[in-house]
Design a binder for this molecule. Structure first.
Ligand code: HEC
Length: 144
């Protein structure tokens, strides 16, 4: 290797090092590394939306009534399968609402069988009671 080639090599190597270190030091990169090295069980303070995704995946954030309805109830309640009162059927839901919202909440959580088979929690075993009640409210809201 002659000296010119060697100098070029050193210069090229230097350039690469400058690029690498500049890349490594951008704020974005540092932030990314910091987020990766955070402990998995990091406490999320309420109102801190920077770790909201972690809370949701841990089951912390409640699903809305509409979300629960769409994922767990509409299979029967959109079509009327097995005698399920259809969403939007004002007459059918009107009759049921006469029992009182509390009773409808209870029947949705525990299950109910009169003319058909309403399974407990609409088979959404991961749903909290509150989420099932919110789904009932969503159905009633859209059936009057
Ligand atoms: C496998 C089908 C099925 C699924 C899934 C289902 N339901 Fe039902 N649901 C029924 C049937 C059938 C009835 C009618 C039962 C009867 O009157 O005998 C019913 C009735 C109800 C009633 C009325 C109870 C009463 O006292 O009249 C409510 C409230 C209700 N469902 C809420 C829900 C909610 C909320 C979900 C989702 C979390 C859900 N259902 C999912 C089939 C289903």
């Amino acid at each position: 290797m002659n000296s010119v080639m060697f100098k070029r090599l050193v210069a090229a190597f230097g350039l690469v090092m400058v690029c690498v270190s500049a890349w490594a030091l951008t704020d974005k990169q540092i932030a990314e590394v910091e987020s990766r090295i955070q402990p998995a069980g990091k406490v999320c303070l309420q109102g801190d939306n920077t770790c909201g995704a972690a809370v949701a995946s841990a089951g912390g954030a409640a699903k809305s009534g509409e979300e629960v309805y769409k994922s767990s109830c509409q299979g029967c309640h959109a079509t009327g399968a097995g005698g399920a009162p259809k969403l939007g059927d004002v007459a059918d839901w009107g009759k049921r609402a006469e029992k009182g919202v509390d009773t409808l909440h209870k029947h949705a959580i525990e299950g109910f069988s009169d003319i058909g088979m309403m399974p407990a929690k609409g088979l959404c075993m991961s749903c909290s009671d509150e989420e099932v009640m919110a789904a009932v409210d969503y159905i009633l809201e859209n059936s009057k």
